[in-house]
Design a protein around this ligand. Structure first.
Ligand code: CU
Length: 260
């Protein structure tokens, strides 16, 4: 009876196992409100989840491959007519062999699921200090108008350290504004405003492509995101203000993300 009661306790503990990593994740530091996103870079967290998933399936794959190969070698038939002997397990052992691995895998899967789901929720929550850029997609062009009134085609210029929210609409068919560098994509539709936000954390150029087939020149519908340092960005705005009369210089940084 004592052994049986101990087995029940072990089984009970195993059933709670899947919850442990998820609970542990819930206590990790993450932005609690929209004002807490300062310096938080969603794309780096996506990479983290991706790498963990890759490690996870690689380790599991290697472990199962080793076990399979070992079984093939150990239990190979030694001669004609040889019959294997089936081990007789107790009911508790049988249950243990089913429940314990199940709970371990479930715990692991839930951990990755919770991390991904949590991240997704943060990415659907625009930081309060995000600057807004209006994006219009059309066959086959990306048009950007930023908070300073700077109007560009296929070139989005942003400042490092300030989150950017794109408010997007299509002039014709479906498009999708895909920034691989920032691990984010969102469809553009005629008559509906959609949005995505990202956090440029390093200076440099990256590519924007269209990720929704939109006609014969779909593959040619690409642009550039230029992330500039604060000084370079200010110089860029001043230069644009000098060359284009309609641009009135540095307007107040619109934080219209609040409206989303
Ligand atoms: Cu397209």
């Amino acid at each position: 009876m004592k052994v049986k009661s101990l087995m029940h306790k072990v089984m009970g503990a195993m059933l709670a196992l899947p919850l442990i990593p998820s609970l542990a994740h819930a206590f990790q530091a993450a932005p609690a409100t929209r004002a807490d996103y300062n310096g938080w870079t969603p794309h780096e967290h996506w990479d983290e989840v991706w790498h963990e998933t890759m490690w996870d399936i690689t380790i599991l794959g290697v472990v199962f491959a080793i076990i399979t190969i070992a079984f093939m070698v150990i239990y190979v038939r030694k001669g004609h007519g040889e019959r294997g002997k089936l081990p007789q397990l107790s009911p508790q052992a049988k249950l243990g062999w089913v429940v314990i691995p199940c709970m371990l895998f479930l715990g692991d899967d839930l951990f990755l699921y919770v991390k991904g789901f949590d991240l997704h929720n943060h990415m659907r929550n625009v930081p309060t200090n995000a600057v807004e850029v209006k994006v219009t997609g059309s066959m086959w062009n990306w048009n950007y108008v930023d908070a300073n009134g700077i109007d560009t085609d296929n070139e989005l210029v942003v400042k490092v350290g300030t989150p950017v929210v794109l408010r997007m609409v299509s002039d014709d068919v479906l498009h999708s504004h895909y920034m691989n560098r920032y691990r984010v994509t969102e469809d553009l539709m005629p008559g509906r405003i959609t949005w995505e936000w990202f956090m440029p954390n390093e200076e440099g150029e990256s590519v924007v492509t269209c990720r929704e087939y939109c006609g014969t020149m779909h593959s040619g519908m690409y642009g550039t995101v230029k992330a500039l340092s604060e000084a370079d960005y200010d110089a860029y705005v001043a230069e644009q203000a000098a060359s284009v009369p309609s641009v009135t210089g540095v307007a107040s940084a619109a934080t219209t993300a609040d409206k989303i």
